[in-house]
Write a protein that binds this ligand. Structure first.
Ligand code: UD1
Length: 334
């Protein structure tokens, strides 16, 4: 079976993708610097999968460490998650974002080229579409950036688009990944106050934070709050399996949205999460957040046509799995 290198494989999406790849029969090597992953993730992955987890602690900014991985392992393809992902922080530290996200990708591509490995799945984001009224968004919509983070994703896509036909590249544009693994043993675990909606709501549900601020109720949407295309992280993980399989089997590239195609408002999510945790969640309406758009939803048909990808889990599933993970963690830490 093919052997896949997962950079950033101990992170939120990476760890779920690890399990989906192993379940699909791949051999997987994780390469992660643990800057945004808990040290116990590998042992949790081992407990869930029942097999030893191969982890290398290393950094995509270190060319020698990358080269050593390709020397030590016969890698067939790479899924590249290792990158920085906070929009707000990217505005504060643009050079760090460009250095890690673009420089790290270049290092990786050089190491891959040196080893003759030319199959790569790249974590991109719906952020590359910027602020647009075209909803749901098709993949051929022009790209534009509204933050250094978004810039690094567009730059990454453009670099990959320069590669010749020896390469096969899967560019996956994620919408809003939420939820946790069905085992409730891995999930999103921000150590600071979360920026994103579902992790924030989760901390209101546990009592760690008092109240959710709903950023704006005067958007042109059914209930006035922002609408997003939330996708269960296990569905997203399966999208990566289909993507790398397609690259290995066909040798041709693809760029696809990974979303459900359905929009949920902030208040829809608050309600669904409230049902999952059986509480009335405390929220207030607050001013709009800078840089937010009213609606962002995927046109999901290309991923279905090209990869056979279809998200199957509902918003209720996303909230229930998130709550199972978050409440379980809390019980264990007491
Ligand atoms: C954000 C990023 C996006 C990234 C995605 C990862 C920005 C501008 N965009 O998307 O690039 O790919 O996370 O998941 O940061 N909301 C509240 N209260 C909160 C938090 C959020 O009302 O405390 C609202 C937002 O206004 C928005 C929705 O919830 O309408 C979703 O927000 P969030 O989870 O932060 O994701 P995005 O902003 O869509």
């Amino acid at each position: 079976m093919a052997k896949i290198l997962l950079t950033g494989g101990a992170g939120y999406i990476g760890s779920h993708t690890y399990l989906a790849l192993v379940e699909a029969g791949f051999e997987v090597v994780i390469f992660d610097n643990f800057s945004n992953a808990k040290p116990d993730v590998p042992s949790r992955l081992q407990d869930i999968s029942g097999d030893a987890v191969h982890v290398i602690q290393g950094d995509v900014l270190n060319r020698d460490e990358l080269a050593a991985v390709f020397d030590a392992h016969q890698i067939d393809g790479v899924v590249h998650f290792a990158a920085k992902k906070a929009v707000g922080e990217s505005v504060e530290k643009p050079l760090e974002y460009i250095h890690t996200n673009v420089g790290g990708l270049l290092n990786l591509l050089s190491a891959m080229d040196g080893a003759g490995v030319r199959r790569i799945v790249f974590s991109s984001s719906a952020t590359v579409y910027g602020d647009t009224d075209v909803q749901p968004i098709p993949e051929d919509h022009p790209r534009t950036y509204t933050s250094p983070y978004a810039y690094t994703k567009i730059a990454g896509e453009q670099i990959l688009e320069q590669l010749n036909d020896d390469w096969a590249v899967g560019i996956l544009r994620y919408f809003n990944p939420v939820g946790a693994h069905q085992s409730a043993m891995i999930g999103e675990d921000p150590s600071d106050i979360p920026n994103n909606l579902v992790p924030y709501i989760a901390k209101v549900a546990t009592g760690d934070l008092e109240q959710l601020a709903v950023f704006g109720d005067d958007y042109d949407t059914p209930d006035g709050t922002g609408v997003r295309d939330y996708i269960h992280v296990e569905d997203l993980a399966n999208g990566h399996v289909l993507s790398i399989k397609s690259l290995l089997e066909t040798g041709s590239s693809h760029t696809v949205n990974l979303g459900t195609g359905e929009g949920s408002s902030v208040l829809d999510v608050v309600r669904a999460y409230g049902e999952a945790c059986d509480q009335d969640l405390n929220y207030k309406i607050a001013p709009r957040r800078d840089g937010d758009v009213a609606v962002l939803t995927a046109r999901p048909t290309k991923a279905k046509e090209e990869l056979g990808f279809e998200a199957t889990r509902s918003l209720a599933d996303m909230c229930r799995s998130s709550w199972a993970w978050v409440s379980g963690q809390r019980r264990n830490s007491k």
